[in-house]
Ligand binder design. Structure first.
Ligand code: RTP
Ligand code: MG
Length: 158
């Protein structure tokens, strides 16, 4: 039951460190289901180095950029379009802090608190705003139209 709540869409990604470990990616998938996030699209894919560079251009000046780009193109990713009221914030709250030591100590039950290995190999990604969610959904699911989804599907959830 979804009441009259408006569903927001976000992009979530299980990063290569977690996809490589079936029990961890399964646990992340379970977190999605148990928090009643609706899975609208899901796929497993591999990034080239240039996909990785393009996705993370906003971080291109940062000291961790090379390592992030290499890591994100090092193995399969699992991407999801998720829907929920306030999905962007809900998913980021479930992930916990980016920095693994902060995640461990301040949110030990969060996804990164439980499974994060390092600040780069931190299990999951989540869009941080409505604008980045739009861009990132288009990046992973170019065939998906946000506006037609709202027109055709969202009313059925009300
Ligand atoms: P994002 O930008 O990807 O949504 O992630 P975020 O807000 O949680 O984290 P941010 O600080 O913006 O970092 C962007 C990505 O770079 C990786 N990272 N690696 N010291 C490191 O090796 C390091 N620091 C950050 C993070 O895993 C994050 O995906
Ligand atoms: Mg960020």
């Amino acid at each position: 039951k979804h009441g009259n709540k408006v569903l927001q869409l976000t992009l979530a990604v299980i990063k290569p460190d977690a996809v490589a470990h079936p029990l961890i990616s399964e646990a992340v998938h379970e977190k999605i289901l148990s928090n009643r996030l609706l899975i609208i699209r899901s796929k497993i894919l591999n990034w080239t180095r240039s996909d990785s560079q393009n996705f993370y251009t906003e971080h291109s000046g940062r000291f961790f950029y090379q390592r992030l780009v290499e890591f994100m193109s090092s193995g399969p990713l699992r991407a999801y379009i998720l829907a929920h009221e306030d999905a962007i914030k809900l998913w980021r709250d479930l992930m916990g802090p980016t920095k693994v030591f902060r995640a461990r100590y301040t949110m030990p039950e969060s996804i990164r608190g439980l499974y994060g290995l390092t600040d780069t190999r931190n299990t999951t990604h989540g869009s941080d705003s409505v604008e980045s969610a739009k861009r990132e959904m288009a990046f992973f699911f170019p065939e998906f139209s946000v506006s037609s989804w709202y027109e055709q599907e969202e009313p059925h959830f009300r």
